[in-house]
Design a protein around this ligand. Structure first.
Ligand SMILES: Cc1cc2nc3c(=O)[nH]c(=O)nc-3n(C[C@H](O)[C@H](O)[C@H](O)COP(=O)(O)OP(=O)(O)OC[C@H]3O[C@@H](n4cnc5c(N)ncnc54)[C@H](O)[C@@H]3O)c2cc1C
Length: 437
């Protein structure tokens, strides 16, 4: 095979039709009601909610707005919570476990309502999602989970035995799976561009390429020191998620940035696409280091993602790893070229549960564990409601104690190679249970 680096673009495929838009720099305000650190989905949704409630807001981003995860992701409206109900109930009690599951439905509905009400054109299609089981036990769990989603939340969800699987995804790799029809896909960079358009039209001020360096309490609220000067803010929201930098060492000890990488294929014939992805569904699998994939919004390519596993710039190994796993699913694609590869950071708390919380008078919304297309806009709005004093009217199940610090960790995830090997081993055991090598 030819050297992929000869042709591979390392910017997101999404930026081809929705490039990052540099913003003009405007003078810094002296005082605002709320300063927001981080201009991704979370920061902009919080800002929009606050401005519409009459608050003055300044949003800061060290990069261009959206240049973090919000224009790099897979665009799948999964709204996943990594822990299953039993584990949630064990750790947080039954009441919170039930509330968390119910809120994931409300959050997804909130996203769809926002897209419709704000007229956000981001190629959203509610295609449904297929989850593929890699062994028979996983199939049984997926079937039970689908039945429960249907029974308790009224979501259209059902099991698909292996004999019917090819109606959903053109591979024999999975041992059956499940479908939930409340999930879909959007073009994430276009969603971001639309959110930016609506936020700016509502009066949100965004200071691009302006890093927040320190935030100190003072008698009127906070002094926010940025790379372009200092301003006063009565309140502050932190929405830096997987891009939290050294300016916030407290949060860095509680948030692990994990690289997720995507490869995009070149265009595939419509006949073959119809065979591989007959219903154009979003797809994922039950491995711990699982893969996710989807058709491009025009239905002509496959975008295939998973963990990158590195912290350096050479993408040769992670791309080869994704490629190998794409080929394992779809041997028909072995000769199909790739056009793009890129990565971004997802953010994990130690307990894998997203959070809104207050600390020293500031509100944080973080830790969406790779499912922020649904969670980030929801938590941004909830964080704003907390500032507006509306949190008691519609309390969030994610609004509780701050995430715990990770022992011996200051923001550089030295332990990741260990966990990657452990998870790979556990995945191998999963596959072996199925008689695969
Ligand atoms: C490759 C990939 C695939 C993904 N796929 C999916 C998917 O299919 N479905 C899904 O639901 N989720 C997915 N996600 C996760 C999703 O993209 C994120 O959860 C979501 O975008 C988080 O939004 P955010 O606004 O909280 O953070 P971000 O968009 O990451 O924004 C944080 C911002 O904070 C800024 N910042 C940090 N520190 C400072 C500072 N000191 N001063 C100023 N600015 C600062 C950064 O520059 C950054 O722009 C994926 C993520 C990646 C990377």
């Amino acid at each position: 095979m030819s050297d992929p680096r000869a042709t591979l673009k390392t910017s997101p495929y999404w930026w081809e039709t929705a490039p990052i838009r540099p913003l003009d720099q405007t003078p810094l305000e002296k005082t605002v009601d709320v300063a927001i650190v981080g201009a991704g989905y979370t920061g902009l949704t919080a800002a929009l909610t606050l401005v519409r409630a009459g608050r003055s807001v300044a949003v800061f981003d060290r990069q261009h707005p959206g240049e973090g995860a919000s224009t790099r992701n897979g665009g799948i409206t999964s709204g996943n919570i990594r822990l299953g109900y039993q584990e949630l109930a064990r750790r947080f009690g039954e009441k919170r476990a039930i509330a968390i599951e119910a809120e994931s439905k409300a959050a997804r509905e909130h996203l769809y309502r926002m897209l419709a009400e704000e007229g956000m054109d981001c190629e959203f299609q509610q295609t449904g999602r297929f989850s593929g089981a890699v062994n028979a036990q996983d199939y049984d769990s997926l079937a039970r989970e689908a039945e429960k989603l249907h029974r308790t939340l009224g979501i259209e969800a059902y099991a698909v035995p292996q004999s019917e699987q090819r109606q959903y995804v053109g591979t024999d790799f999975f041992r059956g799976g499940s479908v939930r029809m409340d999930v879909g896909g959007l073009q994430p960079a276009r969603f971001f561009a639309e959110l930016l358009r609506v936020a700016q039209a509502a009066g949100v001020v965004i200071h691009s390429e302006t890093g927040v360096e320190t935030i100190d309490q003072d008698p009127t609220g906070f002094k926010v020191k940025t790379t372009r000067g200092t301003l006063s803010a009565r309140q502050v929201i932190i929405s830096t998620n997987g891009y939290t930098d050294r300016s916030d060492p407290w949060l860095r000890r509680r948030l692990v940035p994990v690289r997720s990488r995507i490869i995009a294929t070149e265009e595939i014939s419509s006949n073959l696409m119809n065979t591989l992805m007959p219903r154009q569904m979003m797809t994922s699998d039950t491995r711990i280091l699982g893969f996710y994939f989807r058709p491009s919004p025009d239905g002509k390519r496959i975008l295939f993602g998973g963990r990158d596993g590195t912290y350096h710039d050479d993408y040769t190994k992670p791309v080869a790893y994704l490629r190998e796993n794409l080929n394992a699913l779809f041997p028909e694609l072995e000769q199909t070229g790739l056009t793009h590869t890129w990565f971004g950071n997802v953010a994990m708390h130690r307990d894998m549960i997203p959070r809104i919380f207050s600390r020293n008078g500031m509100v944080y919304a973080t830790g969406f564990c790779g499912s922020g297309v649904v969670w980030a806009p929801w938590m941004g709005r909830k964080a704003a409601q907390k500032i507006l004093g509306q949190a008691d009217e519609a309390p969030s199940a994610f609004d509780f104690r701050p995430p715990r610090a990770i022992p011996l960790y200051g923001g550089k995830p030295w332990f990741m190679p260990f966990f990657m090997s452990k998870f790979r081993m556990q995945d191998r055991i999963k596959m072996r249970r199925d008689g695969r090598t």
